[in-house]
Design a protein around this ligand. Structure first.
Ligand SMILES: Cc1cc2nc3c(=O)[nH]c(=O)nc-3n(C[C@H](O)[C@H](O)[C@H](O)COP(=O)(O)OP(=O)(O)OC[C@H]3O[C@@H](n4cnc5c(N)ncnc54)[C@H](O)[C@@H]3O)c2cc1C
Length: 492
């Protein structure tokens, strides 16, 4: 196997792991650089399809960032093998076809350069790795994916499902990467991108994993007009090392990926790679998130795994300002009740809203602050405007009315306010994809428009932030762009 085709993948979270796996599977040698060292320990006890006990490792407060938007902006991060899949919940809804196109009603810059049908085969590649539990039927605004374990919402929730359908919404099992029904693990999540994806590559001569390797910047060759190497700090020795390759897949997560590109300055790219148009870092977005317990007057079967109420139809609502609702059992007792089909009069609701991505929300190199390596720290400027907060209030009212129309009187007990950026851990958009370099840093295969041998495959490439959890779409995009890269490298 020719080493001339070697690709460096930076980051071992779900995005980087998926890209590396696809590349190696297609005959391309990969060196992965990962800033962290070990997979983090935790605990998971899963019985009869319910996660009865889960302890996830703590995240660390990120350093090297300067907040200039909402002062409460949350920036926890995780330098570890597997990235945030050490902590995540595993909700993996697919985007629906309109999620990629509907933003065009607002402006052409909100149209993705990739369609649902482009992505569908790669959604399946990712789902097959994740051992998903889901309802295998399509519902409005949520296409069904591949699932290893099937589960329907209990029958007595029928009237809620019907009230949802009347509004053009689906009410179904939340697809979850929960794995087999019985598990006792020394980690906090069933799907971790190291143990479920990268571990399959161990022993493969084409795959080399370098941990404690914090990538600092990419190196540009002005004659070849392409990126030729990644420079990283070996955290054990503090030495700076260089690894050359034919292409670079950046998968450091939605804030650290743009930072690596900002760090990668040279005389041809004085403002960082992919930033000639000044777009890098712009259009940062996130999911406002809140949750609340609801009491109902008539008992309903406890929901574990949780149920998912999909967004209102694109055609009859704002295409870019939407909400989704996850309804679930309360605590271990609620989960045990669900195992035996027992009923309850209270459940928990988590809402994700959206925001319209705008240039005014951004990450960029901070003027007067340095990170631990002497590069400019990352300034992050994001806040939720009034229309975003109003949308969350409407989401509460909407669910309560829907429940009423289904024949139940519901009351919200208290709202757990977490409406500050970063609590969802769903940042995206800072190296957005678009068919045109006027509106995007990356093209439809996640390649920098101006440096096609550098790809950005995490949620920083999202053109818009649909109300759905992002990771499955991140993995599908990563698999698709790696598939294309492998074909191009084999043909070269
Ligand atoms: C509590 C919690 C619950 C969540 N629940 C869900 C959910 O239910 N569904 C969902 O879709 N999403 C969920 N998420 C979000 C999900 O975890 C992320 O979307 C996902 O992990 C992103 O994958 P990634 O590979 O892009 O980034 P990450 O997982 O952040 O991985 C990035 C990797 O890059 C490494 N890295 C960073 N910088 C460098 C560098 N300079 N050099 C080398 N390596 C570097 C990091 O160490 C890390 O391993 C949740 C997150 C949290 C914290």
């Amino acid at each position: 196997m020719s080493d001339d085709r070697r690709v460096v993948v930076i980051g071992s979270g779900p995005a980087g792991a998926m890209a590396a796996y696809e590349l190696v599977r297609k005959g391309i040698p990969v060196t992965m650089l990962e800033a962290g060292e070990d997979i983090q320990h935790g605990a998971l006890v899963r019985m009869a399809g319910r996660n009865l006990y889960r302890r996830v490792p703590a995240m660390t407060k990120a350093s090297g960032f300067v907040v200039t938007g909402d002062p409460e902006t949350n920036l926890e991060y995780n330098y570890a093998l597997g990235g945030l899949s050490n902590q995540w919940t595993g909700a993996v809804p697919r985007f629906c076809p309109e999620d990629f196109t509907a933003g065009e009603r607002v402006h052409e810059k909100y149209r993705w350069p990739v369609s649902y049908s482009d992505l569908a085969p790669f959604y399946e590649v990712a789902e097959r790795m994740m051992e998903v539990t889901a309802d295998p039927s399509d519902v409005p605004n949520l296409p069904a994916g591949h699932c290893d374990y099937q589960l329907q919402v209990p029958d007595d929730w029928r009237s809620v499902r019907q009230a949802a359908l009347k509004r053009g919404q689906g009410f179904t099992t939340m697809p979850l990467a929960d794995g087999p029904p019985f598990l006792f693990l020394r980690r906090g999540t069933s799907f971790n991108s190291y143990s479920k994806v990268l571990a399959r590559l161990s022993g493969e001569p084409a795959f080399k994993l370098i941990t404690r390797a914090h990538a600092l910047r990419l190196e540009w060759d002005g004659q070849k007009k392409k990126a030729v190497a990644a420079i990283y700090c070996d955290r054990q020795t503090n030495e700076h090392n260089r690894v050359s390759a034919s292409a670079f897949v950046v998968a450091c997560g939605p804030l650290n990926s743009p930072k690596l590109l900002f760090n990668s300055t040279c005389s041809d790219h004085p403002n960082g790679m992919g930033n000639s148009a000044g777009l890098l870092g712009r259009y940062l977005h996130d999911h406002p998130r809140e949750w609340w317990p609801v009491d109902v007057d008539t008992p309903l079967t406890s929901l574990s795994p949780p149920a998912y109420l999909t967004r209102l139809p694109h055609a009859s609502s704002d295409p870019l300002l939407a909400s989704s609702w996850t309804l679930g059992a309360f605590g271990t007792v609620g989960k045990i009740k669900s195992r035996f089909g027992q009923k309850t009069t209270y459940f928990g609701v988590q809402v994700f809203g959206t925001m319209v991505p705008e240039e005014k929300h951004y990450v960029s190199p901070a003027k007067n602050h340095k990170d631990e390596f002497g590069f400019a720290a990352l300034e992050i400027k994001i806040s939720f405007d009034q229309n975003v907060l109003d949308n969350m209030v409407r989401a509460r009212e909407h669910l309560m009315q829907l429940i009423k129309d289904a024949g139940y009187n519901g009351t919200i007990r208290e709202i757990v306010h977490t409406l500050v950026p970063g609590t969802a851990k769903h940042y995206g958009g800072a190296a957005r994809m678009h068919a045109s370099p006027r509106f995007g840093v990356t093209d439809g295969f996640n390649r920098l428009h101006e440096i096609p041998n550098v790809l950005v495959v995490d949620a920083s490439s999202f053109t818009t932030g649909a109300e759905k959890n992002p990771t499955l779409t991140v993995m599908a995009l990563a698999a698709r762009s790696a598939d294309r890269l492998a074909r191009d490298l084999r043909a070269s």
